[in-house]
Design a protein around this ligand. Sequence first.
Ligand code: 4AD
Ligand code: MG
Length: 433
Amino acid sequence: MKMNIIRISEMKDFVGEEVTIKGWLYNKRSSGKIKFLIIRDGSGFVQGVVVKNEVAEDVFELCDKLTQESSITVTGVVRKDDRSPYGYELTISSIKLIQMAFNDYPISLKEHGVDFLLDNRHLWIRTPKQHAILSIRHEVIKAIQEFLNNNGFVRIDSPIITPSTCEGTSDLFQIDYFGENAYLSQTGQLYQEAAAMALGKVYSFGPTFRAEKSKTRRHLNEFWMVEPEMSFVDHYENMEIQEKLVEYIVQSVLENRSKELKELGRDLSKLEKIKTPFPRLTYDEAIEILKKNGYEIEWGNDLGSPDETFLSNQFDKPVFITEYPAKCKAFYMQPKEDRPEVVMCADLLAPEGYGEIIGGSQRIHDYDLLIKRLKEENLPLEMYDWYIDLRKYGSVPHSGFGLGIERTVAWITNTEHVRECIPFPRTLSRIRP
Ligand code: 4AD
Ligand code: MG
């Protein structure tokens, strides 16, 4: 007889048929003559049922011995079961043991503290909640690439080892590069600007390093960022592309990962509302709203987390905060024409207090203005010679943005802390496992 080796995610196509699943024992329970095995195979979880009188004696005995996380191959008939959280059940006829797991598996099915779980991150990722978050992370990345690839963008990878700074000097990881100082990249943007002049619409997608000593629930020291950059695009068109991208990400997750969202208890109606256009507030308007509501903030200061949370709570969609004071932002942003103390930038704040998920701006394209800004920021012109070249040879208005993957995943999955939204987090207090 032909053996159907399938994954749990494919069970819906095999109702009533005998199938074989290769996976691990997640949990088990016994009720006299029936054993219930929760099996996971990477694609999902399912309950297997072993009935004493219906299987060979050694199969039933093996169920007693199986330890948590033992690797097994099970064969049985798929049944639809609407009462089961998994939707399907497997009536098991045989079990083959691959490895009997040591019986001291650290993550039991009771509650554990988060530090303990992070110490055991290599095992923690096997549990349903982490499985769901990481599956959704994959969907977010897939949707981003689909959207950009379908809209004429070319992926250009920026280098990770870089000779200079971009977003600021204080938060760089320094490395020794054959006797010279080099840094792990805190943004791929400057290279994307060069690429946008070569290929028009480009993006980089990769790890980003920030040596910030922040311990907030929104900060990682290594995170992933997608950075699109577009020639002949201004600040306003830049925001339109960002909101379309975010809508596409959220709608793709709803369409393809609703099972995982439900596993996480996510309120889907909140995500269904994420449709363009998104609201826009100028920085001036934001300051006025904050002051009216008792927040102590002066024009010229950057927004803090509590400010961002208050502002985003006014809307059920992400909100753009635009035109910040130049002094809060990086040197490369284009000043507003009639008001050079503010720049043509926008931060996109996620709803429900998840903070800034995108930072973007129109870039300075004028040669003299760029030199002036670099000097004002005391940045070494010789380090930026190639970047300045872009303003010498066919300079055009251009814009771009960076979207943080983990903060976006934290928002969509309703996960309190970004450290659960990356497979192996790097934070101030953690570099293992
Ligand atoms: O606002 P940021 O610093 O922007 C840039 O780096 C620009 N050069 C991007 C560009 O225009 N090409 O970072 C962009 C996004 C933030 O909005 C946030 O989502 C995420 O990156 N981010 C972080 N995520 C986790 N941990 C951190 N420490 C982060 N810092 C920024
Ligand atoms: Mg920012």
